[in-house]
Ligand binder design. Structure first.
Ligand code: FES
Length: 358
């Protein structure tokens, strides 16, 4: 007797030949059920701080959790195209079954942050990469912690603070945070409550738009309890991290200082030598006149959609092979002339003719 492919069996057969066959069906039933990637559903949305949205998400069963300080790439579909950006969970590291807290600041021109700020609602489902990053609390906590942040850089160090306290850490913790005003501090009430419950927590909130406040000054790091055994973790605008690092050096401190540039820096191409020449995206057969912007921006302006995430040189998801030509690293200024080498599209701009495998 011959086998007759029924209406139901045909799509099942098709699905069986795809990399994650069941996911196509599970996606229709409930996008949280897919097995090929991690997802998370928004269960809480708070927009009480201007330009910021705090999201609580329940992850799907495939999520492996994070280490305090790491970031994840969150994917959301905007106008039919999946866009991904990096965000650092603010919740304490713990069981991967626990909710994830993200604090997203709407960056001017930030496609994903603006979208989440405007449109995220309870029930929204996003995709999540595995957590990664080197800016993490060590397995064995140092005796003393100095956590410093500015603006939305608070999220990874808030996770570190919550993780350290939840683990029963009793050593001194100095938490120095810069915000425009008390209303701009994410988790303000919780921080005050933690400081009153944990006598070893020295909470230093500095308001940059308030009389008597201001930006980093050496005095803000005076009288750190346990300074000899401290490790420093700094996250925020580059100017803050540079100032803290300069002070750390000038004070002769040799204790480790870890920093995380989790805010998009302003990349400035050098107009003197970054423009001119032709950028050829080999795989797509597209060529454009080099306008001096990053290779990622020039590719996107040409209608291409190379993979990207953080757009600031952290996640490496935009890695591509440069076949020939010279590029300038927009963060360091270094020029790379080697052929057949891997570069990050988001932080490299062409210097003259460049052939790239995109
Ligand atoms: S997009 Fe993350 S490194 Fe380029």
């Amino acid at each position: 007797m011959g086998f007759r492919v029924t209406t139901l069996a045909r799509p099942l057969l098709t699905a069986a030949l795809t990399p994650h066959p069941l996911d196509r069906y599970l996606e229709l039933l409930d996008p949280m059920l897919v097995r090929g990637e991690s997802r998370a559903r928004v269960v809480e949305v708070d927009r009480s701080i201007p330009r910021r949205v705090r999201l609580v998400l329940v992850p799907s069963g495939t999520w492996k959790g994070h280490v305090a300080g790491q970031f994840i790439q969150l994917g959301v579909v905007i106008d039919g195209v999946r866009q991904t950006r990096c965000f650092s969970p603010a919740n304490a590291a713990g069981s991967p079954r626990e909710p994830i807290e993200l604090i997203v600041t709407a960056q001017p021109g930030g496609l994903v942050s603006e979208h989440l700020h405007a449109h995220a609602r309870v029930g929204t489902v996003v995709s999540l990469s595995a957590a990664s990053g080197e800016f993490v609390l060590p397995d064995r906590l140092p005796t003393s912690l100095v956590l410093i942040s500015g603006g939305s850089g608070i999220t990874p160090v808030l996770s570190m603070l919550r993780t350290a306290l939840a683990s029963g850490h009793t050593g001194p913790i100095t938490f120095l945070h810069y915000a425009r005003s008390s209303r701009d501090v994410s988790g303000y009430d919780e921080l005050r409550a933690l400081a009153s419950r944990h006598p070893q927590l020295d909470l230093r909130l500095i308001y940059t738009r308030t009389p008597g406040g201001g930006h980093f000054a050496a005095a803000h790091l005076d009288a750190i309890d346990g300074i000899d055994d401290a490790q420093f973790f700094v996250c925020g605008p580059a100017a803050l991290m540079d100032a803290v690092e300069d002070h750390h050096r000038a004070a002769g401190w040799t204790q480790p200082l870890h920093r995380e540039a989790f805010l998009a820096p302003t990349f400035a191409a050098d107009p003197g030598d970054a423009t001119g020449g032709t950028v050829t995206f080999l795989r797509s057969g597209t060529s454009v006149d080099n306008d001096g912007r990053s290779l990622l921006e020039q590719a996107e302006a040409s209608g291409l959609t190379p993979e990207s995430g953080c757009r600031m040189g952290i996640c490496f998801s935009c890695n591509s092979i440069k076949r020939s030509g010279a590029v300038r690293n927009l963060r360091t200024g270094a020029v790379d002339t080697e052929s057949d080498t891997t570069i990050q599209l988001c932080i490299n701009a062409p210097v003259g003719d460049v052939d790239i495998d995109v």
